[in-house]
Design a protein around this ligand. Structure first.
Ligand SMILES: [Zn+2]
Ligand SMILES: [Zn+2]
Ligand SMILES: [Zn+2]
Length: 354
């Protein structure tokens, strides 16, 4: 290590500094000297491993009645349906521009929301499912993305899992949501701008270059297989945030072959198992994939990736809040991304409950 990178290393481990997120186009404040401060804030409840494999009151369990009177089939693998309380509707009317003030703008937004149950067993999570059971979930994601994204007027398909009561998930049954929207939502829109700018300026893909830089310095890699790398990004906001990158420059799941689908299932199992093992709890998070916009364009700038945003900070009961300076200024973190990656890397890939 040369003198310059050594001094950078010391500074970034000991002193406050800020780091730039080139994908989102924003800064995060890192305060590594602050990790020893005493905690007198909220202590949340822990979520242990559940033993309830079928819950007669769960609206996602096979055969049960959902709100609105529909009955789930006795499904044995994955099960997808239109959300009974969808945030988006396919026939929401247009709002004529002449009816709105230029500074008080509104637009119609058409789309649809689906729910995808991962498994009939109410007690499971991705971490407790076999790779062979996660594979049908990946296949369903790919099929849903292609079907919904192929509809006229759908510009983006967001697949996401909100796991755990701490993240506001209303039901512990293993499931995710799929929201297809007319417009590109803000997060992927910012990533689209930054990836396109980078390609224009450098003639290369932003995330291909980020992946190469991360592999070269090898400080924040958590685990990897032949097709995917899971790492704590240099600019991570959440304490144990993970960025999941495809090794190859692929823009969406429709470009995945059988090996990539299986390896996505494999890396999801390994990441979520490490998460559960970290504090020996059902680790809460919001997870989702960012795939190319579905406006029909080729999108050479877009690199397939997934984000895990988990709220836990230092134990199963102490979470990070995005308040104060973070609401009014910028995101801030205490433990360094390097320290978080090291903790995650040291963990076993066998689930603590097995
Ligand atoms: Zn259930
Ligand atoms: Zn790329
Ligand atoms: Zn993203």
């Amino acid at each position: 290590m040369d003198e310059q990178s050594k001094s950078l290393d010391v500074i970034s481990r000991k002193f406050p500094h800020r780091r730039f997120d080139p994908l989102r186009g924003r800064w995060v404040l890192v305060s590594p000297h602050r990790t020893q401060r005493p905690w007198q804030g909220e202590v949340s409840k822990t979520e242990g491993v559940s033993a309830v494999r079928y819950d007669p009151t769960c609206y996602l369990c096979p055969g049960n009645e959902r709100a609105g009177g529909k009955h789930n089939p006795s499904y044995s693998s994955v099960f997808v349906f239109d959300n009974d309380y969808a945030a988006l509707l396919p026939d929401s009317p247009e709002i004529p521009a002449e009816k709105t003030h230029p500074l008080l703008r509104a637009e119609g937004e058409r789309g649809l929301c689906r729910v995808l149950c991962f498994h009939p067993d109410h007690s499971l999570t991705l971490a407790r499912m076999e790779v062979s059971e996660i594979l049908p979930v990946v296949d369903a994601w790919a099929a849903q993305w292609s079907e919904l994204g192929g509809r006229p007027g759908i510009g983006h398909v967001q697949i996401f899992e909100n796991r755990g009561a701490m993240m506001g998930a209303s039901n512990p049954h293993p499931h995710c949501q799929i929201w297809a929207t007319e417009h590109l939502p803000d997060e992927p829109a910012a990533e689209f701008d930054n990836q396109r700018q980078y390609l224009l300026q450098h003639g290369r893909c932003l995330l291909c270059d980020v992946l190469q830089a991360e592999l070269d310095c090898n400080e924040r890699i958590v685990c990897q297989n032949e097709d995917f790398v899971a790492l704590v990004p240099f600019w991570a906001v959440w304490p144990f945030e993970i960025l999941l990158l495809s090794n190859k420059h692929l823009s969406a799941m429709d470009q995945f072959g059988p090996a990539q689908r299986r390896n996505l299932a494999d890396i999801l199992k390994r990441v979520t198992t490490r998460y559960d093992n970290l504090f020996q709890t059902r680790f809460p998070y919001t997870m989702g994939f960012h795939q190319r916009p579905t406006d029909g364009g080729a999108h050479p700038e877009w690199h397939f990736h997934g984000h895990f945003y988990p709220p836990l900070l230092r134990s199963a009961t102490v979470r990070k809040f995005m308040v104060g300076f973070e609401m009014l200024g910028m995101p801030q973190r205490d433990i360094t991304p390097e320290g978080a990656a090291e903790q995650l890397r040291r963990l076993q890939e066998q689930h603590y409950a097995e």
